[in-house]
Design a protein around this ligand. Structure first.
Ligand SMILES: [Fe+2]
Length: 152
């Protein structure tokens, strides 16, 4: 359980760092950079939320057995790899948006699945709220994509 939340926290931190990196890369593009800034703040807030949950040290809050550490570790590996990869080549704005949308969609699914599996109401609420934010991110990113490039 502790390990699971630690993984979740690191995923959020990696995404905050990815967005931070893109924000710096696209600092000349005011609108895009501002959008990325909001995402940085959100992901950083997610880190804090999970940190808080970890401090509660609740044991046995899983109501089911569907959560496997392997899946969350795979997601963490993906986020870590993304953080390394984004620094290797400068991605086009279009590719940045497509990548971000794909990641947020995946996180949304995982957070929704996690919320179902927890019996502790505060942890359940936290994952529900994380999922809601991911969904909001997808909408924001898609809207912006369509505004600049047309249909995703
Ligand atoms: Fe997040």
């Amino acid at each position: 359980m502790r390990k699971f939340l630690a993984c979740c926290e690191e995923i959020e931190q990696a995404m905050a760092d990815v967005y931070k990196y893109w924000q710096k890369t696209y600092s000349d593009d005011q609108e895009f950079s501002a959008l990325l800034g909001v995402l940085v703040d959100d992901e950083q807030a997610h880190v804090s939320q999970i940190k808080l949950a970890r401090r509660l040290q609740v044991n046995d809050v899983f109501s089911g057995s569907k959560i496997d550490n392997q899946a969350i570790e795979a997601l963490l590996a993906r986020a870590r790899k993304l953080l390394v990869d984004v620094k290797k080549v400068t991605l086009s704005k279009e590719k940045v948006l497509r990548t971000a949308i794909k990641m947020e969609e995946t996180f949304n699914q995982v957070h929704v699945a996690n919320a179902v599996e927890f019996s502790d109401p505060s942890i359940k609420a936290m994952f529900t709220s994380l999922a809601r934010d991911d969904a909001k991110h997808v909408t924001t990113l898609r809207d912006y994509f369509e505004q600049v490039f047309g249909k995703v």
